[in-house]
Structure formats: C-alpha cells, structure tokens
Write a protein that binds this ligand. Sequence first.
Ligand code: GDP
Ligand code: CA
Length: 350
Amino acid sequence: MLAGGVGGSRFVRGVREECARRWPDGEGGSEASVTVVVNTGDDIWLAGVRLMPDFDSLLYSLAGVNDAERGWGRAGETERVAAELREWGVGWPWFTLGDLDLGTHLARTAWLREGATVSEVAERLQRRWPLGVRLLPATDTEVDTWVDVADPDVPEGARAMHFQEWWTRYRAALPALAFRQRNLRAAQPAPGVVEAIVGSDVVLVAPSNPVVSIGTILSVPGIREALAETHAPVVGVSPIIGGRVVRGMADACLPVIGVETTAEAVGRHYGARSSGGLLDGWLVDEADAASLASLASLGLAAASVPLWMRDLGTSADLAGAALDLAGRARRSAAPGRPEPLDRPDVPGAT
Ligand code: GDP
Ligand code: CA
C-alpha cells in the first residue's frame, strides 16, 4: 500500500482487519502480509529532533496507542516539555510536541545520529509493538516538502516555507504557488520498497492526500517505475467524497497542481496504467457514481461503495471492496488466471 497519515492510518487498519477476516492465521496455510510505503514528505527537523508525522501516525494508530479523539499523537499525552521549550524559544509555538511523542523523536534522532538510516530507524521503532503490517518509509533521503507562497513584500513575489509551517501555522490558507520536495534528484526508494511493489499480489493506494502524501511518494525516482512494472493490479481509493475532502485540507493542495476537488478529477490525475498512469482500478463513493462511466472510458475498473471510514468495520469493508476491485481488474487483464484474492468459500457468504 501507499499511504499518508490520517486517511492512511484508517485505511491501513481496515486492510489489516479485512486480511484477518479473509485469511485467518494459518487457515489454508496462507496469511496475508501487508507492506505500507509511507510518505516522508512531511518530515522535518524541529527543536533538534527529527519528526516523521505520517510514519508516527501509522505507528501509533496500528499499535493502538494513538489519541483517537484528537485524531493525532499519543493517547494520554502531556505537554510539560513543550511548555519548557516555549519558554526557551525553541521550536515553533504553534506546533506542539507532546512528551510521549518527544520520546519517539528523541529515540529516532539518537539512532540517526549513531548512523542508522531512516528505514533502519523505522524498523527499530516497529519492534516495540506487534503491528501486523510492515511500515517502510518511501525513501531514506530527506525529501521534505517545501511550499512556495505568494508574498508581495519580497522582490521575487514569493517565498518558500516548510510544508509543516504552511499546514500547521497557516492552516493551508496562504495561497500556494507550488510544492517542491528537497533532494529529489538524489533520492532513491528505501530498501525493500521496489521489491514490495514488484513482488506483491495487489497494490492499494490509500485515500490519502493526492498531492503531498501520495504525490510525494510517487515523486521518488524509481517508485513510479516499480508501479508500472508490477504484475499486481493497482487500485486506489478516492480521498474526495461528493466534491469534498473528508478530513484534512487536501482541497488546498489539489488546485495548486491544477486538479479539481472531485473523485473523478483525482482518478484522471492518477491516470490509467493502460495509458501510462498509476491505476488499474479506482474506488469512488456512492455519491460519485455518476462519474463511473467516464472513469471506465479512461480504461479504469471503477466502482462506487461507501467511502466514509467511520470505524474499524466501515474501514475493513472499504478495504474489502478495494481487494474485490483488484480481483476484477486482474481478471479483465488476464482472464482465466487463478484468483488469489477471492474470499474463501464460506457457506452462506455472498
Ligand atoms: P495526512 O497525512 O494526515 O494529511 O493524511 P493522508 O494524506 O493520509 O490523508 C488525508 C486525506 O484523507 C484527506 O484529504 C481526506 O480526504 C482523506 N480521508 C480522511 N478520512 C477519510 C475517509 O473516511 N474516507 C475517505 N475516502 N477519505 C478520507
Ligand atoms: Ca501527512
């Protein structure tokens, strides 16, 4: 799977649940293994430590130690250290670092300082809890996203700020001109990323921000190529329902790259693999069923199902619909091939 933080976490939890339903441990000798390629464009150095917001959202959420009510960070969090940092004028006053969360950042930074790579650090952080899935940062290179914002007060007419400042301090309300990832030319997929994509039975693109989450993953040289090469069907889930983002502010990002905030426009933007794009299948909400015919005419297997992930059950149902669509996309590409993704035959199952 390719995933960002909030939409990514909910969907990955749904996939983990649906896999446990379809392939219960050991039954029939098979067990699903899920690898998540995680966006690293939101990562930042702040107050002397390395933050990986999307990775940590997935880590905490899959471990069940996340603050579900607030939607980010750790449950039972306190902010004593953040108050001290504010007194010292270190870090950003509008960007709160919780105490438990800082523990993660300190551990990560310590390991990085000892010479570990980003993906080695990610692997160590995952040893603490049994997540049931493997999280891989998209790249070990620091590809932090920067935003060019219009500024009439400077001669160039624009200035650049880190994505986190634009997102958190300005709530994505400053008009953005462009998103740029640092060091992209030197970046490579982290070890295991290409192998996971090329070697998988199905690739799912989470309903994450198409620009600064999925877009950043795809911009790492080698990842698009792996997605073009894989024999697995690639199925995406729309983060846009009825012309609106469900959670978050992706609608502030899409216009910057000239894409309308609709499920159909994002499907078109990703494009059909049969014509050089990313996807074989695209899931939209029932509210967007009117776009199915035009999506099909692009060469996409398209279907409409409820896309709101309200709880684990609805997230798992959505994951199931994505796996079913992957099966459909695979059958139309290679009719008659055995289908590893189908539900096991359960009496009474529909
Ligand atoms: P971020 O890293 O925290 O911005 O999170 P992501 O990039 O993973 O996802 C943000 C996007 O997830 C938002 O733009 C939403 O449109 C989408 N999203 C959040 N919740 C849902 C949901 O329940 N269903 C669907 N389809 N999309 C969702
Ligand atoms: Ca993010």
